[in-house]
Design a protein around this ligand. Structure first.
Ligand SMILES: CCCCCCCC/C=C\CCCCCCCC(=O)SCCNC(=O)CCNC(=O)[C@H](O)C(C)(C)COP(=O)(O)OP(=O)(O)OC[C@H]1O[C@@H](n2cnc3c(N)ncnc32)[C@H](O)[C@@H]1OP(=O)(O)O
Length: 219
């Protein structure tokens, strides 16, 4: 595979795509705490064997909370800007379902840049279940898609997934630490070829490759 596009260090600015941008200073610490607690709440709801009186009271409380939080809603598509040590900025979709900082549905998957791409660590609770006791294959694909896209973005090439291939080598366990790694393997015009794996205890559970098509800044 050849590489015919030199990676750039500057990511496109989401503002140039008309997207709202927030900084970490705009996000109260209490939002992070709420997100983590609601994440745990979803797991509790999925697995509770509480009685009907307890369930009725819980649903009334949750309904009231939902109405209170909906009074002031953020625009969809908001991007979080994080300063990098080299003076540039990283961007992530605030409510991204796999890794979004404000999304309680996200596991959450914590990403970092490596010398050749990105690495992420995640532990999936029982709400990501497909087969009994195992991670859902669609979610495995979603996590691979995320790190594949992030590897492309980390190399300065933000794009959309045009094609995703997944091979499930071993069952992906729940409630166990997983490591995901991804890197760019080549480029051809706007196409960015990327490759990723999920490992548990060093053993590959799934691997994926994707073709990302690089987005050009409007104008
Ligand atoms: C927005 C601002 C952001 C600013 C900064 C942000 C930082 C972000 C940070 C972190 C990254 C986040 C990470 C996200 C991770 C998750 C990723 C996803 O879930 S993406 C959602 C699912 N994917 C879609 O919804 C795409 C739907 N498809 C499309 O929109 C189009 O088909 C698109 C854009 C992919 C291509 O359309 P065309 O019209 O632009 O381009 P054409 O001319 O068709 O193709 C260009 C080249 O790609 C090949 N191509 C197209 N489709 C292909 C395919 N399915 N397989 C292989 N090659 C394909 C073509 O053959 C062509 O190649 P040739 O240059 O001629 O050789």
């Amino acid at each position: 595979m050849s590489v015919d596009a030199a990676p750039v260090s500057e990511l496109p600015d989401p503002r140039d795509f008309g997207l709202p941008v927030v900084t970490e200073d705009d996000l109260p610490d209490e939002l992070g705490t709420l997100v983590a607690r609601v994440h745990d709440l979803v797991d509790a709801v999925a697995h509770t064997e509480a009685g009907s009186a307890e369930l009725a009271q819980a649903s009334a409380t949750v309904h009231e909370l939902t109405e209170r939080l909906n009074v002031k809603r953020r625009d969809i598509g908001a991007m979080l800007e994080r300063p990098r040590s080299d003076g540039g900025a990283d961007y992530e979709t605030l409510t991204n379902v796999v890794s979004g900082r404000s999304n309680p549905a996200a596991p959450p998957l914590v990403l970092e840049h490596t010398d050749d791409g990105v690495r992420a660590r995640v532990t999936l609770n029982g709400t990501y279940q497909g087969p009994p006791g195992l991670a859902h294959g669609g979610w495995v694909a979603a996590m691979l898609d995320q790190v594949l896209g992030s590897a492309s973005a980390a190399a300065g090439m933000v794009g959309l997934t045009a094609n995703l291939d997944v091979n499930y080598r071993n069952p992906t366990p729940l409630n166990a630490p997983l490591e995901l790694t991804a890197r760019v393997t080549g480029t051809e015009r706007r196409k960015v070829f990327v490759s990723a794996e999920i490992r548990h205890n060093g053993e590959v559970t799934a691997e994926g490759t994707a073709v990302m098509v690089r987005l050009d800044v409007p104008g």
